[in-house]
Write a new protein. Structure first.
Length: 149
């Protein structure tokens, strides 16, 4: 099981999996620090590029460590995952990335970057998220959101 969180680039180390505003997942392979910024070599498939960010710039992190412990609690004890609330706005790439990553990893929905209800604006992603939670037989990982999500 994977969870997603909005963190800052200062929290990121080599090996992390981050998500950009289009929903593309990038593996961080190198980190170089030169105050007041940080440079990261990120890649996916056969594409790699250097990006330079500030320590406090937001980024969406895919937490790949939740895994077995959460699955055990859910399957053996019947627990439900409580996910932090998703922000209501503003419509910025990082917030759209958080929704896309949540929809992909938690709801198990593919959310390609597009201009229809399967992607695009924050409002469209929020609508897709609401529809996923309102389903009679919800897919993905059973979860609730704290107030605000």
């Amino acid at each position: 099981m994977k969870t997603v969180h909005e963190v800052t680039w200062g929290d990121i180390d080599a090996g992390a999996l981050v998500v950009d505003g289009t929903g593309q997942h990038w593996r961080v392979t190198q980190k170089r620090v030169k105050l007041p910024e940080i440079a990261f070599l990120i890649g996916h498939d056969d594409v790699a590029q250097w990006v330079v960010r500030g320590y406090s710039d937001p980024v969406v992190l895919v937490d790949e460590t939740a895994g077995r412990a959460v699955e055990t609690v859910m399957s053996v004890l019947g627990g439900v995952l409580n996910v932090e609330p998703l922000p209501n706005g503003p419509d910025k790439p990082n917030i759209r990335a958080l929704y896309r990553a949540h929809l992909f990893h938690i709801h198990q929905l593919s959310v390609p970057p597009s201009s229809d209800v399967t992607g695009g604006t924050l409002a469209e992603l929020q609508k897709l998220h609401a529809i996923a939670h309102a389903g009679l037989e919800p897919g993905g990982i059973p979860h609730t959101h704290s107030l605000g999500g």
